[in-house]
Write a protein of this length. Sequence first.
Length: 64
Amino acid sequence: MGRGRAKAKQTKVARNLKYQTLDTDFDQLQRELHGEPERPVEEPDPELLEKYADYADSESGPPK
């Protein structure tokens, strides 16, 4: 029991996908497939790097 409800939902989803019109952004798809970043990578804040440098150097975690 229960298979009928699942099959009906799958049929409904398949029908929606078949008849739904989608606006595909092929330029965005091409950028995504080629691995180009969506936005430029920002440089980290030097003050934050200095503040947390001790944590990055230690293997065991923050100093106690």
